[in-house]
Design a protein around this ligand. Structure first.
Ligand SMILES: [Zn+2]
Length: 185
């Protein structure tokens, strides 16, 4: 199992949506345990510390995640939002979010699991009502299904990340070319 969460989408709400990957095929679930969820909250930078999640928090997080994915996909494809997904994300965003505190060492944000989830939901609200909407793109690796913000010049980026997908797709294309060249010869 991959023990490090990946952050390549350019927005925490999108990285959160991508904790279920390969959605059309193998469906890799990253939020498999409360501990993996807590690790995501901290590694994403959404909070600095989170009180231990329970199984119910994982269920709630997955629900909000699926709603975020549905809203992002609708927006990307120019379709209307689903009412259920809207209600789920808005309900999470309405709850108290993680409050940043100033300490002598800098900012420190400690949260309950519900507060951390609310912070993620608010990020989704900001993203989908903000200037990055036209830059939303699905990764060019058909299996990946990550959606990222393409801030590259001329929006020429094809992959969520070179390491995660770009190199893999290019290597597969190279092997395919070699194979067909060998067959032709
Ligand atoms: Zn990808």
């Amino acid at each position: 199992m991959d023990l490090t969460h990946v952050f390549v989408c350019g927005n925490p709400a999108l990285d959160f949506a991508a904790t279920l990957r390969a959605r059309r095929t193998r469906r890799f679930e990253a939020l498999v345990t409360p501990e993996r969820l807590d690790a995501w909250y901290v590694e994403s930078g959404v909070v600095d510390a989170v009180a231990p999640s329970g199984a119910a928090d994982v269920t709630a997080a997955r629900e909000v995640r699926e709603a975020v994915y549905a809203l992002v996909t609708a927006r990307r494809q120019g379709e209307p939002y689903g009412a259920d997904a809207l209600a789920t994300v808005n309900a999470a965003a309405r709850g108290p979010a993680a409050a940043p505190q100033l300490t002598p060492a800098g900012r420190w944000t400690a949260a309950s699991p519900a507060e951390a989830l609310s912070s993620v939901a608010r990020q989704a609200v900001e993203l989908l009502s903000g200037p990055d909407v036209p830059l939303l793109k699905e990764c060019g690796n058909p299996e990946c299904t990550r959606i990222y913000v393409d801030r590259s010049h001329g929006m020429r980026r094809h992959w969520c990340g070179m390491e995660s997908c770009g190199n893999r797709v290019k290597a597969a294309a190279y092997r395919a070319r070699k194979r067909s060249a060998a067959q032709a010869g």
